[in-house]
Write a protein that binds this ligand. Sequence first.
Ligand code: S3P
Length: 425
Amino acid sequence: MVDSHSTPLRGTITIPGDKSISHRSIIFGAISSGTTTVSHFLKSADCLSTMQVFRDLGVNIQEDDDQVQIKGLGLTGLQEPTVDLDMGNSGTSTRLISGLLAGQPFASRMVGDASLSKRPMGRVIDPLTEMGATFDSDDRHLPMTVHGGHLQGMRYRLPVASAQVKSAVILAALQAEGPTVIEEPSPSRDHTERMLQTFSPQSISRTAHEITITPGQPFAGQAIIVPGDISSAAFWLVAGAIVPGSEITIKNVGINPTRTGILNVLDRMGAQVTQTNHQDQVEPSADLTVTFSDLQPFEVGAEEIPGLVDEVPLLALLAARANGISKITGAEELRFKESDRLQVVTQEFKKLGIQIEELPDGLVIDGRQPWHLEDANLDSHDDHRIAMTLKIASLLVDKPVNIKNFEAVNISYPTFMTDLEHLRK
Ligand code: S3P
């Protein structure tokens, strides 16, 4: 591999809207009264799954480019679906919507693709069952039928820091009898809490460690502006830091502090990332500029994982360009994502000749060794974030590589290649 041959990435891009916030904007729009408008909605396969599910629950949703208009039916207006609810590849849709359906007076059958059907649903089945819903499932996997029940509020301590599980319990708690108090082992992304605060301020109160949900409060439709997804921006932050000669500005990126772990690690590594044009509406955002930098190795442990859970494959790539040995631990949750990301990153990085070792809960990477392409047939394992990580890695390889099922990028970032071409011009 010859670094000096890689084309620098230079220019300014606006990336698509945040996936987590886009899902939630449809959910909260649907259960509010009046109309919700969403700007810069992420029209990727995952968010379109959520949109179709709400149409199947009787909600009128209009689309015009990346603007979406939702005519809310309120918490009691959703209709019993006449078809299976197809969650596609989306764990976020499945887990959040399970929480909502747990309190509805009907049964809903949820199905998903092969990858989603392997992902664990026990983590939502357990608390929602405790609240009063019942589930039929294939050994706690999809296909799964949620029989909505009369729910009771409860005190719940999450066994893992998971925003999806937390959000499922919040959406169920809004329909329960009596308040629910949720405790997190460490803070996960708080988009649901922020959005609930906007649509129905009386429904939620928060302290540093606890969220209290009070049911029976009014919900009013809102105008939501979705910031750029920091988990999509992260591909360019990393590409800009590792491809020699690069300088990239990414406009209007969400910088919610529960999501900015990647910025903290880049900072510790000595990467130059600057923030300008700060805005603060429901979610804070800024323009981010990254320039190619010499990178120091890093360590990331369990307490930091929730803030960068989707960026671990990219951290591994950063580590493979750092001047030393980096270590990621406490990341066993990565095994339950769209693929087993610890195993898959190890397997695919070895094809690039990267010195990487898989741990039960993490990765060790020695960035000092030069890469030697051993196998040009890379595989996304149908995982969007693996596909994009491998594409960025391949920018540093001086021979052509194939990435099997690269189309997986459509799950979260359909315009990824357009943005890459723009930055390579
Ligand atoms: C998400 C939460 C995270 C993250 C996923 C999106 C969300 O999952 O990995 O991409 O929108 O709530 P977990 O809650 O399973 O950690």
